[in-house]
Design a binder for this molecule. Structure first.
Ligand SMILES: NC(=O)c1ccc[n+]([C@@H]2O[C@H](COP(=O)([O-])OP(=O)(O)OC[C@H]3O[C@@H](n4cnc5c(N)ncnc54)[C@H](O)[C@@H]3O)[C@@H](O)[C@H]2O)c1
Ligand SMILES: O=P(O)(O)OC[C@@H](O)[C@@H](O)[C@H](O)[C@H](O)CO
Length: 381
């Protein structure tokens, strides 16, 4: 079995590549980072260090690596004969890899079984977004779409940026979860024993994004405001801990009301995540977890997504607004989106900023609350 995986970064090597290798796939990594691809192509193996209470070490072998910027034809040929295509490149990069996948599908023999395509990004229904981009790339002849099965997934494992001297090895937390929707598969689901296949992915992806990622981003932005250099250091500050716990209680209320999760089970889930965020064996930073604040402040993302639904249901969302206020203060020099955010804050009215950045409609019950939050941050600058 062969898998082509776009994005040989933290989650690519430390999660998707590892799990597919364990499942018996030969993994072909495709990435535009020349030094990373050269190192992978020259290596026989890399090591994944799983750290935490259940720490262990695992070696990944049997992979190949192709530079998709300079050797697109080779990636197209691999996709034409692959069993699985995955990606972990970031939601904003899907439109760049889609034309390559489209070409791979067009080159694929219709005699082969369809290839499974799964985007492993932190976004609701990222595979649907990838499929839409692939469709655009195939227009006007979209018949090659029938040579693929597209399945949405929810992936969860904290993989921080790696130490400069780590080489290809990756240090990851010991926890992971990979949920894949089963509906798109007619007969058999792909053979990935560490993944679980579920008929309805929505509760899983929303529980993950609105608990793990909402809490994580709240922690990152509060840590940045606090001047903390690591997330575990910030979480030890009582006011930061309270801010994170506050958003998790609000999103818990939404998840329980919307998906009928058992409240005690959801409480245990959020408590487990507080422990994950404080993992003393991992060094994770506000810069990584807060990266791309404009993406994180968008309509269906980890803050505005749940806050909007809470407002619609008449449930509290004040802790989420406080997290949004902290996000507006995120300004590391390394993050181009935070510079863009600062420019927008300085040039738009609070109403214009709210409409443009969050995508909320003026008539939405959350809109005036976000406007007030933005105005307060603007007047304090
Ligand atoms: N790191 C985590 O803890 C984690 C966990 C779950 C999900 N995710 C999601 O996985 C995705 C990747 O995150 P990451 O932390 O691994 O980031 P990363 O920056 O470590 O890796 C991304 C990789 O994609 C590559 N890339 C960029 N443009 C490309 C292109 N056009 N073609 C091929 N490769 C390209 C980059 O060179 C890089 O190696 C994001 O959507 C993230 O939200 C991350
Ligand atoms: O990858 P992002 O930028 O969407 O979010 C940053 C982190 O919250 C994220 O990478 C988590 O570590 C991951 O989602 C845990 O499963």
């Amino acid at each position: 079995m062969k898998a082509v995986h776009f994005g040989a970064g933290n989650i690519g090597r430390g999660f998707v590549g590892l799990i597919l290798h364990r499942a018996g796939y030969e993994v072909v990594f495709a990435d535009v980072n020349a030094s990373l691809i050269d190192a992978l192509a020259a290596a026989d193996s890399y090591v994944v260090h799983e750290v935490g209470e259940q720490g262990s070490t695992e070696t990944v072998t049997g992979f190949r690596a192709i530079n998709s910027a300079t050797h697109e034809e080779a990636v197209v040929a691999e996709i034409a004969t692959a069993d699985v295509v995955t990606c972990a490149v970031g939601p904003t990069v899907l439109r760049f890899i889609a034309p390559v996948i489209a070409r791979g599908l067009a080159a694929r023999s219709s005699a082969l079984p369809p290839v499974t395509v799964m985007a492993c990004e932190n976004a609701i229904n990222a595979t649907d977004a990838l499929k839409a981009e692939i469709t655009s790339a195939l227009v006007p002849d979209v018949s090659a779409l029938s040579r693929a099965v597209f399945a949405n997934t929810a992936v969860d494992r904290i993989v921080p940026n790696q130490a400069p001297d780590a080489g290809l090895d990756v240090t990851v937390e010991d926890f992971f979860e990979w949920a894949i929707e089963s509906g798109p598969f007619d007969a058999a689901v792909p053979d990935i024993p560490d993944a679980h296949f579920v008929p309805d992915l929505a509760p899983y992806i929303e529980r993950k994004l609105f608990t793990v990622n909402t809490g994580h981003a709240t922690l990152a932005y509060a840590a940045w405001v606090e001047g903390a250099s690591t997330l575990s250091e910030a979480l030890a500050v009582p006011s930061v801990f309270a801010a994170v716990k506050g958003v998790l209680q609000e999103t818990k209320a939404l998840l329980v009301a919307k998906h009928e999760f058992d409240p005690a089970t959801q409480e245990a889930y959020l408590e487990k995540n507080l422990i994950r965020f404080a993992n003393p064996y991992l060094t994770d930073t506000p810069e990584r977890v807060g990266r791309q604040p404009l993406r994180k402040l968008s309509r269906h993302e980890r803050f505005i997504g749940p806050a909007a639904e809470l407002a619609e249901r008449g449930l509290p969302f004040t802790a989420l607004l406080t997290a949004v206020a902290d996000a507006l203060r995120f300004d590391p020099a390394s993050d181009p989106q935070s510079a863009e955010l600062a420019t927008l804050l300085g040039t738009l009215s609070a109403e214009e900023f709210t409409a443009q950045v969050t995508g909320l409609e003026e008539s939405h019950p959350l809109f005036p609350h976000v406007v007030s939050t933005v105005a307060a941050v603007q007047s304090a600058r």
